[in-house]
Design a protein around this ligand. Structure first.
Ligand code: AKB
Length: 341
């Protein structure tokens, strides 16, 4: 059914994929980003705003002008950028989410309807105490090791709790019957790799950066050790997971927060695979101690059984398919690299 959908942080990596996919369907897409939108996305958008997620007047105006059914709240400062400006990151990630939740709640109350509120976060909510534990524990589920060492992880974990609060407990003191207006659903992603965009400000960025540098025939120095291992996912699967969770019937959901994952690779495995397709790629390792510490605190594997069971999650791309069928052909097209390169 056609929906009116608001996407914040719309010009980011996930926003790009989401807009292109949802834009092929019969929805009204509204986009907000603090940077001017990529003009190639214009054909898919009903309207877009260049503005700050902290601009409450603008947020209110958007909700006043449209009857919004679904929000994909992607605007956030990622892990490395957030470490450089932690108080700003707290404002953007927490205050930005809170005012959007509040706007969604008021809007839903006014229109007597429910708003689905999708919130992507990642393995950054986890904080493993040391490498020995990381190696020993294997795949961790949604409730384990929730002691992030970054302000990004802390703010996102807090927002997951805010979302659960708005969904199940908000305004309960003043009413006898609680109508649910905000239906908050959070997805914890691995590091994401897109063939079309290069991430910025994250700490899982070494994976995609390596590949994009090789495709452009540029040397690359990874800021982590070769053995560094975290889970990754190809962008089409990330978009698929967001849309599947948004469409899942409320009765099927047993939690507000779900892990999703595809494949885990070490930095060295990504480098070897990259060099298989781009034999002249020059990749070296210059670990940055702060960023290394962050990635070492993130799990090597996550358990996504709950998503598989509740709403049928299954990735389309394992590591081999991600490179063979998506990343390499699409990245070669993107940089117009000859097929023999
Ligand atoms: C980041 O590196 O900040 C994100 C993430 C894994 O949360 N890509």
């Amino acid at each position: 059914m056609a929906k009116t959908i608001l996407i914040t942080g719309a010009n980011g990596e996930v926003g790009h994929g989401l807009i292109r996919t949802l834009g092929e369907q019969d929805h009204t897409l509204l986009a907000l980003d603090m940077h001017p939108m990529d003009t190639t996305l214009f054909p898919y958008l009903h309207r877009h705003w260049v503005g700050n997620i902290l601009d409450e007047k603008l947020i209110t105006q958007i909700f006043d002008e449209y009857s919004i059914d679904v929000v994909f709240h992607m605007a956030a400062m990622l892990s490395t950028s957030a470490e450089h400006r932690p108080t700003l990151a707290h404002q953007v990630n927490v205050q930005g989410t809170l005012s959007l939740l509040e706007a969604a709640q008021s809007h839903a109350e006014k229109h007597r309807k429910k708003i689905i509120f999708l919130f992507p976060i990642s393995i950054a909510v986890y904080g493993l105490p040391n490498i020995e534990t990381k190696t020993r524990v294997g795949a961790i589920d949604e409730e384990q090791f929730l002691h992030p060492i970054t302000i990004y992880g802390i703010t996102k974990l807090h927002c997951e709790e805010l979302g659960r609060y708005y969904t199940y407990h908000y305004k309960q003191l003043d009413t006898t019957s609680h109508a649910q207006y905000v239906d908050f659903r959070s997805l914890r992603f691995p590091g994401l790799i897109s063939a079309d965009t290069v991430p910025s400000g994250g700490t899982s960025d070494y994976g995609p950066e390596m590949l994009h540098a090789a495709a452009q025939n540029q040397p690359y120095a990874a800021f982590v050790r070769p053995d560094t291992t975290i889970p990754f996912m190809a962008m089409p699967d990330a978009v698929k997971a967001l849309i599947m969770l948004a469409q899942a019937p409320n009765e099927a959901l047993t939690r507000t927060v779900y892990n999703v994952t595809s494949f885990s690779l070490s930095a060295e495995q990504i480098a070897t695979t990259t060099q298989k397709f781009f034999p002249t790629a020059q990749i070296e390792y210059k670990p940055h101690s702060g960023r290394q510490q962050i990635v070492d605190s993130w799990p090597a594997l996550i358990d996504d059984q709950a998503a598989r069971r509740d709403w049928g999650w299954l990735p389309d791309y394992d590591a081999e398919r991600a490179f063979d069928d998506y990343l390499i052909p699409a990245i070669k097209r993107h940089y117009q690299v000859g097929q023999n390169a």
